[in-house]
Design a protein around this ligand. Structure first.
Ligand SMILES: NC(=O)C1=CN([C@@H]2O[C@H](COP(=O)(O)OP(=O)(O)OC[C@H]3O[C@@H](n4cnc5c(N)ncnc54)[C@H](O)[C@@H]3O)[C@@H](O)[C@H]2O)C=CC1
Ligand SMILES: O=C(O)C(=O)Cc1ccc(O)cc1
Length: 320
């Protein structure tokens, strides 16, 4: 079978942690003719990345990493995107497409456009990851059968958008396009606020007095264990997500805290019907997700035999 032509010949990846490293490995596996260049601000990360072959070439400076690039993918924490973009001024081919993998899109796209006006910018967000980070954490199959949301700026040439979509599809992702601020509201509910809740409950448990805390660890049931996995996620990355997606996160948190107050009131006043109604509704949400074959973040989970669904038992999947 003939391999489809890769959309970009030379790809530069800036930031060689979990996501950047996975992009490098996935490109090597799925688009073997593509030449990859990598760079990271941390020299130790560059060393580990070279040992793991996360990119074909990892030069000592960023200029050499991007000079020949047809696509640059920024894979750094969201509040570091602007300073990296600033370093790229005057260093790129005029046709080079700039993309990123940030967990929030509006502020990142604005920041990149401020620094690189005139350069084609096509942001993307692979909705795939783990609680692990760093150059050891990446793996080639991370994006297989996962969503990737592309959020093109208005007015960007459709040919560039199509190539970025083809790039993510080649790595196994299912791509959807969305307006950046809509993306940020959706992800605030489905990812950002859930992470904040996990950080909160695990923090609350760890602040309990000594005896109780050891019991929390000893008796931690499934639900709490899941929270501890999420709450082990990278502090720099998540600090940046909350500060960059401030408005959408605060809006959802406001609604969350009103709903929590209603439950608190029902408990205080012994209003069993209110509790029962709420829990019945949320049970329906779960049931409809399963009926739609979405018992997982994977786009076509449920249409496979679960045992060998792509990604099952992947590194970083600590669920037990
Ligand atoms: N961790 C996850 O599950 C997911 C993360 N993302 C997004 O991907 C991006 C990267 O996240 P991870 O790979 O998880 O983080 P990571 O911490 O594993 O890797 C980030 C890398 O960026 C480097 N870096 C930081 N500032 C830099 C700068 N100014 N110049 C060059 N390199 C710099 C760090 O040294 C590090 O190696 C973030 O924007 C995050 O929001 C998107 C989807 C999932
Ligand atoms: O590990 C998990 O459960 C995640 O939720 C991974 C993740 C983290 C951040 C993203 O923007 C997308 C996916």
């Amino acid at each position: 079978m003939n391999e489809p032509e890769a959309p970009f010949a030379n790809v530069a990846i800036i930031g060689l942690g979990l996501i950047g490293g996975s992009v490098g490995l996935a490109v090597h596996e799925t688009m073997p003719k593509v030449r990859t260049y990598g760079w990271d601000a941390d020299a130790h990360v560059r060393e580990v990345a070279a040992e793991r072959n996360l990119a074909h070439a990892i030069p000592a400076n960023i200029d050499d990493a991007v000079a020949d690039a047809d696509l640059v993918v920024l894979c750094v924490p969201v509040r570091a995107m602007e300073s990296v973009a600033a370093q790229l001024k005057g260093k790129l081919k005029p046709t080079c497409v700039i993309s990123d993998v940030g967990s929030c899109k509006k502020s990142v796209a604005d920041a990149i456009a401020r620094q690189l006006p005139g350069q084609p910018i096509v942001p993307a967000h692979p909705v795939a990851g783990t609680e692990h980070s760093g150059p050891e954490a990446g793996f080639a199959s991370l994006f297989q059968n996962r969503w990737c949301i592309v959020t093109p700026a208005e007015g960007v040439d459709q040919a560039h958008v199509d190539k970025v979509i083809a790039f993510w599809r080649a790595m196994g992702a299912t791509v959807e396009t969305m307006a950046p601020d809509h993306h940020d509201r959706v992800l605030a509910v489905t990812s950002h606020v859930p992470h904040l809740i996990a950080y909160t409950i695990v923090g609350t448990a760890s602040d309990l007095e000594e005896v109780t805390r050891s019991e929390v660890i000893k008796y931690s049931a499934g639900g709490f264990r899941d929270f501890t996995r999420i709450a082990a996620s990278d502090p720099t990355m998540w600090r940046d997500v909350f500060l960059s997606n401030k408005d959408a996160v605060l809006e959802i948190l406001q609604r969350f805290s009103e709903d929590l107050t209603a439950l608190q009131r029902a408990i205080r006043w012994g209003d069993g019907d209110a509790l029962f109604d709420r829990f019945s509704k949320t049970r329906e949400v779960r049931r409809s997700i399963i009926e739609e074959g979405q018992d997982d973040a994977r786009p076509d989970f449920g249409r496979h035999d679960h045992g060998d669904a792509p990604g099952a038992g992947m590194p970083g999947d600590d669920s037990d």
